[in-house]
Structure formats: C-alpha cells, structure tokens
Design a binder for this molecule. Structure first.
Ligand SMILES: Cc1cc2nc3c(=O)[nH]c(=O)nc-3n(C[C@H](O)[C@H](O)[C@H](O)COP(=O)(O)OP(=O)(O)OC[C@H]3O[C@@H](n4cnc5c(N)ncnc54)[C@H](O)[C@@H]3O)c2cc1C
Ligand code: SF4
Length: 560
C-alpha cells in the first residue's frame, strides 16, 4: 500500500543472480527512482538496489515526528571541518524513494544564471550543460510529480505551473505580509510537488503538515509513489534492504556488476552490463572510493582526484518569530510560499550569488531543538516556550554556498557493520559564503519583523547536500561527462545530486530528477553501445515524453 487507495498490484519480476542484467542502479531515490522507471519502460532489464526498506506506507509510516525517525540514513558518519555538517535527519533518506520520502517537496527550478556562474560572476564553475538543455525536462517532471504553483512565476526563466497554487497556511500568510510590507514579490501556494486535487489513485492534500514524515496520505510526490510503481509494472526489480558494498571492474576497465549484503548480512554478486550509482552525495563517493582495486587505487572514476570533492550544502538558517495571534504552523505543508527576489548576484551587497526565503513549519521536536540553539532555552524556560508553540512562525533562508575542493567526502578509519569504511565529511565556509549568510539571515529576520513579530530569533544550519562527483567537460577537473558517464569507465554512470557542479539557491530535488530523465534518454538512445563499446557519443538525445508514467498527460491546467 502506498497511501490509503494507491497500491501496487503487479507481482515484482525477479532476476536470478546468475543472469546478467542490463543495468544495476545503486539507490532508488530522487535520481535513481526516475532513471529506473525510464529504463524499465524502455524495455531494459534493470535492478534497483536500496540499502533501506520498500515502504508499505500504510503499515510502516506514522503521522508523528519521532515515529518517522527511521526514514533517514541514521548510520554513523564522521563530520569534520570548521563548519561541520549535521547528519541523520538533516540529509539523506534510506529506503525506496530515498530523500523524496521525507522531502518537503518545494520544487523550484534552477535559474539560467546557475549554469554559468563562473562566466557571469567569476566564482565556482560553469556547468557543461545550459538551462535550455534542462528546461524541457523541468517541464516534464513538473507534470509527472506534478508540481502545484502560481500561473506566473516571475524569477529565473519566468513560467507558469500546470496545477494551481495551494491555499495559504499561517506561516505563508506571515511571509506574504512581511514581504508585502517591504515591497518584496512573493510566490504564494508553491511551487510544491503536492496534489491540490486528487489525480488517478492519489488523493489530494489534507493539510495536516506531516510531509517531512513521509505523507501517509500519498498527496506529496516521492519517487516511491510517482515512479516506482510504473517501474515495477514494466518488469524492473527492486532489491530493498540490500547494501551495495563494491562495484567490480575487469581488466578491460569495464564495470561487471556489484557485490551487496542482503537483509541477513549475506554477501552476493549481481552481474550487470552497466552500473549506475545514485546513492546521494555522501554514499555515492563513498562507494566509488570503497571500490578501489588494482588499476583504480584511488577509487573508481577518480583519475581527477575529484571524487568526494566540491561537496556543497545550502545555508539553511531557520528564522523564528513570535506573534500575538495564533499561527499554528503545523497546519499546512511546511513548503507553500517563497521569494526568490534575492537569488541573483547584486554587486551592492558585496558578495556573489544569492538566496531564497521560504516557509518551513517545524513540528514540536524540531522547534524545541531550534529554541535550544537559538535562545539557549532549557528546563522550565523551554517548557514555557513549547506551550507557546502555536504563536510561532518559521522561515527558512536558503543560500548558495560555492563549491570548494577541500569540502569533501573521504573514507574514515571507522567501519560499519558490514566492515566497510564509513564516510568522513569535511566542511568549511569561504569568505563569500560567510558574507552571503550574514546578509541573507538578516534580511530574513527583517521580513519576519516587518510581518509584525514581537520577537525574532534564528538557528544556523545547512541543508541539501549536492556535488562530490561533479559533471564537466574536462576529465581533469570533473568525474562524469554531461550525460553522467564517468570519464574513466565507459559503462559506469552517476545519476543523483552528486553530479551538480554548483547548486544555486533552489531546492535540488526537481533538478536531480530532471537530470535523471535526461540521462535516461541518453542511455536509451545509445542502446547496446553502452554495453559493448568505449565510444562516447556526445549528441543530445531526442526527448522521450512517451516514457512518462501513466496519468502524466491530460491533467492539470494548461498555462501560458
Ligand atoms: C528534511 C529534508 C527536507 C527536504 N526538502 C526538500 C525540498 O523541499 N525540496 C527539494 O528539492 N529537496 C529537499 N530535500 C533534499 C532532497 O531530499 C535531496 O536533495 C534528494 O532526495 C537527493 O536525491 P539523490 O538522488 O541524490 O539521493 P536520495 O534521494 O537520498 O537517494 C539515495 C538512495 O540511495 C540509497 N543508497 C545509498 N547508498 C547505497 C548503497 N551503497 N547500496 C544501496 N542503496 C544505497 C539510499 O538508501 C537512498 O534511498 C530535503 C531533504 C531533507 C533532509
Ligand atoms: S500536508 Fe498534504 S502533503 Fe503534507 S503530509 Fe499532509 S496530506 Fe501529505
């Protein structure tokens, strides 16, 4: 069961281990889930491995903050550097659907400028593709999830959304009030991948606010409910609770399959003609590094020494304001209004690039943690703040941190229960990052005050890890080419957020899925060449709109 009325009726196809499948995909999250569905629909024999469970959302999920703790990758990771990142509930998922199970589902696009920040602003690096390359895929994924939003979205490449905006919650009303007072344009009701009307076997949103806990209703999009059912209907196999430990490469420098541990801890080998890694920006580089072997002593696809480097997180400070009136910030999807008015570089501000301001709706446990950090609240003081919870509103400031080579994933000395070295993640801010955070945090607090808050506090944090196996045209400074193919191994691909050379200040999920759909079109166009040839065609593939999951077409509101 994937919600109260959506269910998978098709029995899952099973490949035998002796069988050489076409593709093995490691990780069925945002990127892996979309790719799996496309390849299966195009007739490839494909297995998706995921280290976590295949959720039965009726049985396994609860609309409760604490009860949803197991949606995250909670295994030990080492965090290091002058500005260390928090792990656990702050980043990746574990289980079919990956991080899209617990994402808030804000789904903005990157701006055209994001693909050329080195050319425009002299910082970071340019992407090997342009916004125009990704635009049709953004439009397609906005229909597939689908994304609700205003009919005219004014920032970046202005566009409209196929499904109309959601009604406002208390926090959205406050963001609109604060922005309006300051003359800042604001988008109300999205863009967010949540249904505002029922569609096929998915019901509409009921505005109870448990989106980050998975959305037991099935109104919020995740690849678990939008793409995986169609993959299974098209004979893909998913092996849940299977942790891939190594990618094997033969003497001809071609990937031959993967070793994995099943739920009982037994080791297996699955043969494949090609391997795709889609395990998130920490586990993807970790797997490539853990797969070091003769000929690839520094890890697979790492001749550039870029595997694990240029890891990025967005600055994600939470700004909280106390209001005289009741806000009840739990009563709506946390993601429902935002402004991108500060997204682009403004030389007057003294730093490159920018930020977005978005609604967030922390539930009580997160709110308590934020108040401990922001106000040092504890004991009776914390109890009295918690009793006041319904008067507080929260905004998230989402700021672009630039890619730095020393921000990286490496292997630690410590090992996990399978004996595999765990990830050590080092993170430091640069000068531009610090200036941007200071300015953006203050601007977000100004908006909260302008809305009429009696008290405004903030908690510093980071969100949305991407990068660490970036794409580029130059094999000396990147890991994969513009179609996700590793420069070093012709039948080894990457298809997740690790690909991103820079991150903008848009939430990354939609971009990761759009990139995955584009990579799928490339693999489908190349057909058998991927399995037997070293030749790398760099022609843009035709777009395969026909491979969308059913119910993509003929719904929503056509918008100019
Ligand atoms: C609380 C929260 C809210 C968020 N809200 C938003 C939002 O509103 N909008 C947005 O765009 N983004 C949001 N994000 C970020 C978004 O969830 C991620 O950017 C996105 O899911 C990353 O996609 P991915 O494909 O890189 O990896 P994931 O989606 O994390 O998928 C990776 C999968 O690989 C599996 N895996 C990893 N290693 C292995 C292995 N060795 N063997 C087998 N399986 C493996 C994992 O179990 C996982 O299922 C949010 C994140 C968090 C934590
Ligand atoms: S608010 Fe809507 S999208 Fe969020 S959990 Fe509830 S029904 Fe799902």
């Amino acid at each position: 069961m994937l919600g109260p009325i959506q269910r998978i009726e098709t029995p899952m196809h099973r490949f035998s281990e002796a069988e050489e499948v076409d593709y093995v995909i490691v990780g069925v999250g945002a990127g892996g889930g979309v790719l799996l569905q496309r390849l299966a629909r195009a007739g490839f024999r494909v297995i998706g491995f995921d280290a976590g469970p295949f959720w039965d959302t009726e049985r396994d999920w609860v609309s409760d903050e604490k009860g949803a703790h197991n949606l995250y990758w909670n295994d030990l990771r080492i965090t290091a550097g002058r500005h260390p990142l928090a792990f656990g509930a702050n980043n990746s998922g574990k289980g079919v659907g990956g991080g899209t199970v617990h994402w808030a589902s804000f789904a903005p696009r990157l701006h055209p400028s994001d693909f050329r920040i080195h050319s425009i602003d002299g910082v970071g690096v340019d992407w090997p593709i342009s916004y125009a390359d990704l635009k049709p895929y953004y439009e397609l994924l906005e229909l597939e999830l689908p994304v609700s939003g205003p009919s005219y979205y004014p920032w970046g490449d202005p566009h409209g959304y196929p499904y109309g905006p959601h009604p406002m919650g208390g926090v959205g009303d406050i963001l609109i009030r604060g922005c309006t007072k300051l003359g800042i344009p604001v988008s109300a009701g999205g863009p967010v991948a949540i249904l505002n009307g029922s569609r096929a076997d998915r019901p509409h949103c009921i505005y109870r606010g448990f989106c980050i806990q998975g959305c037991k209703v099935g109104a919020k999009a995740s690849t678990l409910i939008t793409h995986v059912p169609d993959a299974i209907a098209n004979r893909a196999e998913i092996r849940p609770n299977c942790m891939v430990s190594r990618i094997h490469v033969n003497q001809q420098r071609r990937a031959t399959g993967v070793t994995y541990f099943d739920s009982q801890g037994r080791e297996h080998f699955q043969k494949a003609k090609a391997v795709v890694v889609a395990g998130y920006s920490i586990e993807t580089p970790r797997l490539l590094l853990n797969s070091a072997c003769p000929g690839f002593e520094n890890g697979l696809a790492n001749s550039s020494d870029c595997v694990g480097r240029y890891l990025m997180a967005q600055a994600g400070n939470v700004v909280l304001g106390r209001f005289e009136e009741l806000v009840r910030m739990y009563k709506a999807p946390p993601a429902h209004a935002l402004t991108e008015e500060f997204y682009e570089t403004d030389p007057k501000r003294g730093f490159a690039r920018g930020f977005a301001i978005q609604t967030v709706g922390p539930l009580p446990i997160s709110f308590a943690k934020q108040m401990m950090t922001a106000k040092g609240a504890w004991g009776w003081g914390l109890r009295s703040i918690m009793m006041d919870y319904n008067h507080w509103a929260a905004f998230g400031f989402l700021g672009e941190i630039l890619p730095h080579p020393e921000n990286r994933v490496q292997l630690a000395q410590e090992k996990d229960r399978f004996g595999l070295p765990i990830a050590k993640v080092t993170f430091n801010l640069g000068d531009n990052d610090k200036k941007l955070i200071e300015y953006g945090k203050n601007k977000t607090m100004e908006v909260m005050s302008a809305a009429g808050a009696q008290e405004v506090v903030q908690e510093a944090r980071y969100a949305h890890l991407v990068g660490a196996a970036r794409m580029g045209n130059n094999p000396e400074t990147s890991v994969v080419d513009r179609f996700g193919r590793t420069h070093d191994i012709a039948n080894l691909f990457i298809c997740d957020g690790s690909l991103m050379p820079t991150q903008g200040s848009a939430n990354p999920g939609l971009t990761i899925m759009a990139l995955a759909a584009r990579i799928a079109d490339y693999l489908i166009q190349q057909g058998g060449l991927i399995f037997e040839s070293e030749k790398r065609t760099m022609e843009t593939p035709p777009m395969r709109r026909d491979l969308s999951p059913p119910d993509t077409w003929g719904h929503g509101m056509p918008r100019l």
